[in-house]
Design a binder for this molecule. Structure first.
Ligand code: HEC
Ligand code: HEC
Length: 263
C-alpha cells in the first residue's frame, strides 16, 4: 500500500500533546470537602442524609429477598467510619481509592447507584466530604493495602475447585452461606450488621459481587472481610494457595455448581 492520503498519526500526536499540556496547566488542587458538600447535596443526601447517618429521605430503597426473608439494605451511615469494601485489612480505614471506586461503580444488589456521570475531581471532593462525618478520619490513617496479586493459572481447574470445596467446609463458610452456597446456612436467619439491622449472607447464585467483579475482588472479600457485617476476615487462617483454591470453589458456585456446568 502506498500512502495516497496523508496518514492521520502526526495530527493525532499533536492533538494528544495539546491535551496533555492543557491537563498540566489545569492541574487541580487537593480534593476539597467544601466543594464535595455541593456534590453530596445534589447526589447523595437523598439516601445518606444531611447528617451522613444513612437516614435520608430514600433511606429504604432496596429489599433483598432470600430464602423467604426480605431484608432492607440501608444506605451507609458515615458517622461510624466503617466500610465494607476495602483493600485494607479488617478493622482499618479504607484508602481514598477504595471509596472512589465504590462511588464511581456503585454497589450492585443494594440500590447504591454508580456515578460515572460525575468527574473524577467531583468524586474525590465528595469522598473528602463524607470523611468529615466521622472523627475516625482525623484520628487514624487508612490501612496498608493487602496485596493479593494476580490469580495463578490453576484457578478454576477441577483439582483447585475440589480443594476449595474442602477449605469451604473446614472454614465453615456454609454456616452462613449454606452448603451449596445459596446463602441459607443454619446461622443465616439470625445475622445482624453493626447497626443492628438484619443482613443476609451472599447467595452465590444471585449475581455479581457487591465488592467488584474481578477474580481478585473475590479473594479480597475473604482476606479483608466486610467490616460492619458478620462476614469475617480469613487473612490469618488461610494460606495463599488455599485462598486461590477457595476462589476456584466460589467461582464454581457462582456458575451454578454442577448444574451450571452441564447447561
Ligand atoms: C439511591 C440511594 C443512594 C444514593 C443516591 C447514594 N448511595 Fe451510597 N449507598 C447506598 C446504599 C443502600 C449503601 C449500602 C450498600 C450495602 O451495604 O450493601 C451505600 C453505601 C455507600 C458507601 C459505603 C461503601 C462501603 O465500602 O461500605 C459509600 C462510600 C457511599 N455509599 C457513598 C455514596 C456517595 C458519595 C454518594 C453520592 C455521590 C452516594 N453514596 C449515593 C445508597 C445510596
Ligand atoms: C458469620 C457468617 C459468615 C461466614 C462464616 C462467612 N460469611 Fe461470607 N458473607 C456473610 C454476609 C452476611 C455477607 C453479605 C454482606 C453484605 O451483603 O453486605 C457475606 C458476603 C460474602 C461474599 C460476597 C461479597 C461481595 O462483594 O458481595 C463472599 C464472596 C463471601 N461472603 C465469601 C465467604 C467465604 C468464602 C467464607 C468462608 C471462608 C465466608 N464468606 C464466611 C457472612 C458470612
Amino acid at each position: 500500500m502506498t500512502g495516497v492520503r496523508a496518514k492521520p498519526w502526526p495530527l493525532l500526536a499533536l492533538a494528544a500533546l495539546a491535551s496533555l499540556a492543557m491537563l498540566a496547566t489545569t492541574a487541580r488542587s487537593e480534593p476539597s470537602a467544601t466543594r464535595g458538600k455541593a456534590v453530596y447535596d445534589s447526589y447523595c443526601v437523598i439516601c445518606h442524609g444531611d447528617q451522613g447517618d444513612g437516614k435520608g429521605l430514600m433511606g429504604i430503597i432496596h429489599r433483598a429477598q432470600q430464602n423467604g426473608f426480605v431484608v432492607t439494605v440501608y444506605p451507609r451511615d458515615f458517622t461510624a467510619g466503617v466500610y465494607k469494601f476495602r483493600t485494607t485489612a479488617s478493622g482499618d480505614l479504607p484508602t481514598d481509592e477504595d471509596l472512589i471506586r465504590t462511588v464511581t461503580n456503585g454497589i450492585v444488589r443494594s440500590g447504591m447507584p454508580s456515578h460515572k456521570d460525575l468527574t473524577r475531581a467531583q468524586i474525590e471532593d465528595v469522598v473528602e466530604y463524607i470523611k468529615s462525618f466521622s472523627p475516625r478520619w482525623t484520628e487514624e490513617l487508612p490501612g496498608d493495602v493487602v496485596e493479593i496479586g494476580p490469580p495463578p493459572k490453576h484457578v478454576g481447574t477441577k483439582a483447585s475447585v475440589q480443594k476449595g470445596n474442602e477449605i469451604y467446609a473446614l472454614m465453615k463458610c456454609g454456616e452462613c452461606h449454606g452448603e451449596t452456597g445459596l446463602g441459607d446456612g443454619p446461622s443465616s436467619a439470625n445475622l445482624k450488621d453493626d447497626w443492628g439491622d438484619r443482613i443476609v449472607p451472599f447467595d452465590f447464585t444471585s449475581g455479581p459481587l457487591k465488592g467488584g467483579t474481578r477474580t481478585e475482588d473475590l479473594a479480597r472479600t475473604f482476606l479483608t472481610g466486610l467490616d460492619g457485617t458478620p462476614m469475617p476476615s480469613y487473612d490469618q487462617t488461610i494460606t495463599l494457595d488455599q485462598q486461590w483454591d477457595l476462589v476456584s470453589y466460589c467461582l464454581y458456585l457462582m456458575q451454578g455448581g454442577d448444574e451450571g456446568k452441564s447447561k
